[in-house]
Design a protein around this ligand. Structure first.
Ligand code: ADP
Ligand code: MG
Length: 759
């Protein structure tokens, strides 16, 4: 890593989109956002305030009004960042703003129209053009990943079964920081390929969503590009620089209404903006500079962007605004947010020779394959020479190694052909040989056949190795070679001029802003008054100016206070709703879950801060799991598996062998005829009632009737096994019923009868 640890602030630019057709038709109110492009200022008018109230002014690194072109924003504010990434810095661009203000337009834009292509496609162009124009001693490896964060879950958009895949997890590496485990990463060799990656991801995003607009306004999309560049340093060794670029299209910043929703919906609403509010807290904590603790760990987004905010990265934030008066509050919030972000200090540095550089691995693998391939070819050549000339000399080894690849390859092929021909002719000779016995002939032919197969196998293996080698090598982009640069000199000049102009504009703006600040500070020093009258006038003017400023700040304080109160009220409301939900859950747990079960569960639960979830501790410690699981439970000793008391008795009694050791109850059919006498009696008493419909089972009659279906004393004595079976059955059932009553379920009349009849 480089020792150069300079600090620089997060660049914040603001962009306002034009009034939409719908907003225009709402009335001739016009926009509430005014911009001073030269000074980089945004002036916001409050549509509800009296005209006397001063307007709010914010200053940023650059501002882009409704007429701004995508290209302007890119050349002025993004290009320098991408250049840094190509030089080995980490870079982040994120678009922040209310839904419908142009975040996606700024980041992606309209792909097919070159004028309206956004930051991402322009960055693709930029990166690959840079590679094609760089010196040929540089090797590049470009990778891309695409993910989204929705409801605090990370989803890989390049995973083919994105819809069903489980959420990915964040891991932390002390060397390289936070990363997403198992995230798909595609090596891209051209603009076309990386555009394809982007399109695949965008489609995956749209497929998962029922309403794309709503989905995109509630999820964060991160497109990640890693550019690794290897170049021989002054020491002659190859040095690798790794630049990581995060292109982030954030969820809509508008406040999610949490009031009035409950249960799952409430939790969902709370989760949707968790990342965004955590981002706000992180920005506040960093901008403040005083608070030691920065709550990066509060959300997935802030953990992923940890380096981009206050860490090793160069960061550009694009805050997008809409000009419509009805969104005044949100627009003001966005501007305040952006204003705060300006104060964040980052410490970007070049990532030199990091341990995890994939390029290094690729280079090693390519070298290994190359060596393997050369060895193989050398071996086949050696063999072919043996065939041609039996008195081959081992000293030739050296010469062959130095030979050109292609020659070796060609000779290898020749050798295979020759060898095949030779084997074929030998086979012919064997077939034609009259002296040989038939089975001997067969044996010799088989041997030759085997040799042919071996030869082919060898050739196939070599081919596979060659293909692998070529595939690996083609993934590395060599400066000035892999991509043909179609632009002619004139166009190149034009591009360079345009970039120079952008640079110039940026510098001018910086100077203007500095002049403005100095003006205010040094005004009174420069002023000398010739007369008292003049002094009074000048001071009155100054007083007025300062008074206006004071008023503006007062309004600001009131605004911030109001906002604070509003958000506090909202939080309290959310808290109330959550408390209500908690009470409801408690009620269920306290009254309907047996306390011993509850305690068991509580003792097993542990909180995993990494995933922000409660988890069950495994019952058996992980290391002794295998040995523990081998022991059979006490209830199953001597049996195939745990077995009930009933089944044990059944086995002891020598029941049906089919059900031995199985928990199946075995009862014989009761063949005793129904007791018609009692039925007849009941018929006499109530002639209208059918005997089979028993309306009041507690009556003696019902009990007696069901008794007839029990094991009669006669059958009990006839089959001793049945006796104990029945006895046991009634005992266990009774026990089950007894347990049931423990569960504070009041026994109903029905269960009582049942109980009765069994006993
Ligand atoms: P977001 O992603 O912030 O929700 P979108 O990028 O989808 O907003 O923009 C909403 C609409 O406004 C789109 O139809 C888009 O084409 C249009 N739009 C946004 N910004 C601009 C701009 N600078 N110039 C012209 N049209 C814009
Ligand atoms: Mg969008």
């Amino acid at each position: 890593m480089s020792k150069n640890k300079s600090s620089e602030s997060v660049k914040v630019v603001v962009r306002c989109r034009p009034l939409s057709r719908k907003e225009e038709s709402n009335g001739p109110v016009g926009g509430i956002v005014q911009m001073d492009l030269r000074l980089g200022q945004v002036i916001l008018r409050n549509p509800r305030a009296p005209p006397s109230e001063p307007q709010k002014t914010f200053t940023f690194d650059a501002v882009y009004d409704a007429n701004s072109k995508q290209r302007e924003l890119y050349d002025e504010s993004v290009r320098p960042l991408i250049d840094s990434v190509l030089g080995g810095f980490n870079g982040t661009i994120f678009a922040y703003g209310q839904t419908g203000t142009g975040k996606t337009y700024t980041m992606q834009g309209a792909w097919l129209d070159p004028e309206r292509r956004g930051v991402i496609p322009n960055a693709f162009d930029h990166i690959f053009t840079h590679i094609s124009r760089s010196q040929s001693d540089k090797q590049y490896l470009v990778r891309a990943s695409y993910l989204e964060i929705y409801r605090e879950e990370i989803r890989d958009l390049l995973d083919p079964n994105h819809g069903n895949a489980r959420a990915l997890e964040l891991r932390e590496n002390p060397e390289t920081g936070v990363y997403v485990q198992d995230l798909t990463s595609c090596v891209c060799k051209s603009i076309k390929e990386i555009e394809e990656v982007m399109n695949v991801g965008n489609q995956a995003r749209a497929v998962g969503a029922t309403d794309m607009n709503e989905h995109s306004s509630r999820s964060h999309a991160l497109f990640l590009i890693t550019v690794e560049c290897s170049q021989p340093g002054p020491d002659g060794r190859k040095h690798i620089r790794v630049g990581r670029l995060n292109l982030v299209d954030l969820a809509g910043s508008e406040r999610q209404t949490k009031t009035g929703v409950q249960g799952e919906r409430l939790k969902e609403a709370a989760k949707i903006n968790l990342s965004l509010s955590a981002l706000g807290n992180v920005i506040s904590a960093l901008a403040d500079g005083r608070s030691g603790h920065v709550p990066y760990r509060d959300s997935k987004l802030t953990r992923l962007l940890q380096d981009s905010l206050g860490g090793n990265a160069k960061t550009v934030m694009v805050a997008t605004l809409g000009p419509a008066p009805q969104h005044y509050d949100e627009t003001l919030t966005t501007l305040r947010y952006a204003n705060r972000a300006k104060n964040i200090q980052n410490q970007p540095r070049v990532n030199e020779d990091p341990k995890d550089a994939l390029l290094r691995e690729f280079q090693r693998e390519i070298a290994r394959l190359r060596a393997q391939l050369n060895h193989r070819k050398w071996r086949s050549k050696q063999k072919s020479e043996q065939v041609e000339d039996e008195s081959w000399d081992g000293d030739q080894e050296k010469e062959i190694e130095d030979e050109e690849d292609e020659e070796v390859e060609k000779e290898g092929e020749d050798y295979v052909k020759l060898e095949e021909q030779r084997l074929e002719s030998e086979k012919e000779a064997i077939r034609g040989d009259q002296d040989l016995m038939a089975d001997e002939k067969q044996k010799l032919l088989g041997e030759k056949e085997r040799m042919m197969v071996d030869l082919r196998k060898e050739q196939e293996a070599t081919e596979q190795l060659t293909a692998k080698y070529k595939a690996m090598e083609s993934k590395l982009l060599v400066g000035g070679k892999n991509i043909i640069d179609h632009t002619n000199e004139q166009q190149k000049m034009l591009e360079i001029k345009r970039q120079e102009i952008a640079e110039q504009t940026r510098k001018e703006r910086e100077i203007q802003q500095q002049v403005l600040i100095q003006d205010e500070e040094t005004l009174e020093l420069r002023e000398t008054f010739t007369s008292l009258q003049q002094e009074v006038e000048a001071k009155t003017k100054k007083l007025k100016k300062l008074y206006a400023k004071l008023q503006a700040i007062k309004v600001e304080i009131k605004d911030v206070n109001d906002e604070h109160v509003r958000s506090r009220q909202e939080l309290e409301q959310t808290q109330n709703e959550l408390t209500r939900e908690l009470k409801f859950k408690y009620l269920i747990i306290e009254n309907f879950i047996p306390p011993e079960e509850k305690n068991k569960i509580m003792n097993r639960l542990v909180f995993d801060p990494e995933e922000d979830q409660w988890k069950f501790q495994s019952l058996v410690p992980a290391e002794s799991k295998s040995s523990q699981m081998k022991k059979r439970p006490a209830s199953a000793v001597g049996y195939k598996r745990p077995i009930s008391q009933y089944a044990r008795v059944a086995i002891a009694m020598g029941g049906h062998s089919r059900y031995r050791a199985e928990n199946i109850m075995f009862l014989e059919l009761d063949m005793t005829p129904p007791n018609t006498a009692s039925v007849d009696r009941s018929k006499d008493a109530e002639p209208n009632q059918s005997p089979s419909v028993d309306s009041s089972p507690t009556k003696e009659k019902g009990v007696r009737k069901s008794q007839s279906w029990c094991q009669t004393p006669k059958s009990m004595t006839s089959s001793p096994s049945n006796v104990s079976l029945a006895a046991c059955h009634s005992a266990t059932t009774a026990a089950a019923h007894g347990r049931l009553t423990d569960f504070s379920v009041r026994p109903t009349a029905g269960t009582q009868t049942h109980h009765h009849h069994l006993c």
